[in-house]
Write a protein that binds this ligand. Structure first.
Ligand code: PGA
Length: 252
């Protein structure tokens, strides 16, 4: 089954209003000039920029997502943002379980699963991130760690339509050290086969599995050419419109 490539930008905690607006506008201009793109494009700005970015990309086909959401709909959670609030701003996606959230905020698989379920309940698509550390890779635990995170973080009610998996080896994030296409494909193939067992062949064949970790215009083509890599979750290279656009142009 053909899976539509998803090119997703994770801006992390970057950009003041003028930067975010300029980046979003430049991408929207690229997209508006492209008929029938071979990919779906998503940007996930910091919370402060979401509203402005939604306006800037309106009508371009670019989607907007949050970088995180709380598991609850509302309530006494100072500083947090609910999936329903993201939806209300015009978001269609939420990233959950990014390794920086897992590290900085002590999120574990159960937290991530609850957040993903909140995203689905709010009508968003969830991008569920998993990935091993360098220590775990060196200890030969890569597949086990990712398998455990996948099963622990996958939301109940996951379908190919509402859920995307992102494999992001922690050692490759922001380091300039990318997984080789073979290293990435090995983990992606394992993820797909686990999804078969959990959700059935049809859903597993249709669910997108993104790679993230120092993806850039130089390495994107080879990574995206892998059988089970269905797009990218891109940090650093998503902060420059030309680089992010070049990654999108690398789609097979
Ligand atoms: P990077 O970040 O592309 O800067 O490595 C990817 C991510 O953390 O999603």
């Amino acid at each position: 089954m053909a899976r539509r490539i998803l090119i997703a930008g994770n801006w992390k905690m970057n950009g003041l209003q003028s930067d975010g607006l300029a980046l979003a506008s430049a991408l929207a201009t690229h997209m508006r000039g492209t008929s029938d793109p071979a990919f779906e494009m998503l940007v996930c700005p910091p919370f402060t920029l979401i509203s402005k970015v939604v306006d800037a990309v309106a009508g371009s086909g670019i989607q907007v997502g949050g970088q995180d959401c709380h598991a609850a709909e509302k309530g006494a959670h100072t500083g947090d943002t609910s999936a329903w609030m993201l939806k209300d701003l015009g978001c269609t996606y939420a990233i959950v379980g990014h390794s920086e959230r897992r590290t900085d905020h002590g999120e574990n698989d159960a937290t991530v699963k609850a957040k993903a379920e909140a995203a689905l309940a709010a009508g968003l698509r969830a991008i569920v991130c998993i990935g091993e550390t360098l220590e775990e890779r060196d200890a030969g635990k890569t597949l086990d760690v990712n398998r455990t995170q996948l099963h622990g973080s996958l939301p109940a009610g996951a379908t190919a339509e509402n859920t995307v998996i992102a494999y992001e080896p922690v050692w490759a994030i922001g380091t300039g050290r990318t997984a080789t296409p073979e290293q990435a494909q090995e983990v992606h193939a394992m993820i797909r086969s686990e999804l078969v067992g959990k959700l059935g062949q049809g859903v597993a064949d249709a669910m997108r599995v993104l790679y993230g970790g120092s993806m850039n215009p130089k390495n994107a083509k080879e990574l995206l050419a892998q059988q089970d890599i269905d797009g990218g979750l891109i940090g650093g290279a998503s902060l420059k419109a030309d680089d992010f656009w070049a990654v999108a142009q690398s789609c097979p």
